[in-house]
Design a binder for this molecule. Sequence first.
Ligand SMILES: NC(=O)c1ccc[n+]([C@@H]2O[C@H](COP(=O)([O-])OP(=O)(O)OC[C@H]3O[C@@H](n4cnc5c(N)ncnc54)[C@H](OP(=O)(O)O)[C@@H]3O)[C@@H](O)[C@H]2O)c1
Length: 235
Amino acid sequence: MNILITGTSSGLGFGFAKYYLENGNTVFGISRKINEGLDSNENFHFLSQDVTDFERLPQNIFSFLQEVKQLDLVILNAGMLSEIKDLKETQLNEIQKVMDVNVWANKLLIDALTDAVKEIKQIVAISSGASVSGSRGWNAYSLSKATLNMLINLYAKEFPDIHFCALAPGLIDTKMQDYIYGLPENEKFPTMKRLKSAKGTEQMPTPENAAGNISKKIERLKNYESGLFLDVRKM
Ligand SMILES: NC(=O)c1ccc[n+]([C@@H]2O[C@H](COP(=O)([O-])OP(=O)(O)OC[C@H]3O[C@@H](n4cnc5c(N)ncnc54)[C@H](OP(=O)(O)O)[C@@H]3O)[C@@H](O)[C@H]2O)c1
């Protein structure tokens, strides 16, 4: 398969790239930094790109994929967490920054990919349980992932030949969780306590283990209606 994955330099995106390469696929990776562990694989093609560079993103995607006629799977995985704090303490420019990475970059990527590549079979946007849980403190991140769910739902109507899903991947032990783990306890934000206690347990697998499990769920997504938000823990 030809698979495009954003956010391959670390965490879940790295886990996905490693897993799909080990299983004989060709992977097109996009992030700002390269992951040295992937670079040596001849089936790994890399574009160093800030996905919020909206001016250059479409043309760079076009050049990167000019030989590619078909993508079997696109995983829109690149994302960022917002600072854990109350929404009232959060400035609009902080929210905009998170929306740019988690939502608007994915809108431009879907537009550019559907222009550049003749056939795309499946697009999975990595969402989060935070898109529906309304956990106090998850302010801009929750807003961005909820908007991402609807973005995917709307695109599913416009592209009936592509199967779309916004998929919550469950907890994964990545840099994002390191940030939460490093925060001081705060009673105001009960989800923080739950995540801290999940770290190092089987509830929060390594990116490599999570990617293997999630890829099996991705194979089954086409049994569901296109455009839904699904959570791997409930499939
Ligand atoms: N970890 C969890 O428990 C968890 C739970 C639910 C959902 N998720 C979701 O899973 C996805 C992956 O997160 P992770 O936990 O693996 O986090 P991570 O280790 O921080 O990885 C984030 C990835 O996104 C890329 N990225 C961020 N900003 C970018 C930008 N402006 N341009 C290009 N690439 C950018 C980073 O690459 P560069 O810095 O090299 O650009 C990196 O490869 C995210 O969408 C996240 O919301 C994670």
